[in-house]
Design a protein around this ligand. Structure first.
Ligand SMILES: [Fe+2]
Ligand SMILES: [Fe+2]
Length: 214
């Protein structure tokens, strides 16, 4: 499988959506294609431990296509997973890809937003890894930068309002570890520690001690 071609196809489909900054992350130029590449990188890191037990090609294709549904630019983004599965099937049919594997890939894409079932015994490991990789993006250091970026678009931006925003979003989000596989769980814990440490350090920078900043 030529993965570069798949990436190029998905990039093309998401170009219009990305060119107006997307709608999922308000006010900043958030590229859904760049998110896709980052999720792919996470998926490959997590999959290393399961190379012999999972279908790597299925995971790779599903990850590359998982958010292509945003390209349809519908108002209701809840449907992007189902739309993505349809778009992916069309593409795979057009290149004569085996039907049974296409079914598996499209199932992963269609279900990837349903993160509540991540700990269910019933879902395939490929779906667990896709969900984990998807959730790992925009967290930790990356989440902190994104919070600062989003908050800086408002008029009353200051170091203090940015710190507040980081505490409200990234730090809060990091506290409950949703990961299921061992490596993903540890990566999340590392990111959580980094976020807590960053918030503490910045609080002391801005207020002189931890108490005043709370
Ligand atoms: Fe998604
Ligand atoms: Fe995603």
């Amino acid at each position: 499988m030529n993965y570069e071609e798949l990436f190029a196809y998905v990039k093309d489909e998401l170009t219009a959506y990305d060119s107006h900054g997307g709608v999922a992350k308000t006010r900043i130029k958030y590229s859904r294609y760049d998110h896709t590449v980052r999720v792919y990188n996470w998926a490959m890191i997590l999959a290393e431990d399961y190379k012999d037990t999972i279908d790597m090609e299925v995971l790779q294709i599903a990850t590359i296509f998982h958010d292509i549904g945003y390209g349809l630019n519908k108002d209701d983004m809840d449907h992007h997973a189902a739309d993505g599965a349809v778009l992916c099937r069309e593409y795979l049919e057009s290149i004569g890809y085996p039907q049974d594997k296409a079914d598996f890939i499209c199932e992963l894409i269609a279900r990837h937003s349903d993160k509540d079932c991540m700990h269910s015994e019933e879902i395939p490991l490929e779906l667990v890894l896709l969900m984990e990789a998807d959730l790992l993006d925009d967290t930790g250091a990356h989440g902190i930068i994104m919070d600062a970026w989003i908050r800086s678009t408002r008029e009353d931006v200051s170091f203090e309002t940015i710190l507040k925003h980081i505490k409200k979003f990234t730090q809060k989000r990091m506290q409950d570890n949703p990961m299921r596989t061992k490596k993903a769980y540890e990566i999340w814990e590392d990111k959580k520690e980094l976020t807590n440490r960053f918030v503490e350090s910045l609080t002391v920078d801005l207020y002189g001690n931890l108490e005043n900043g709370i």
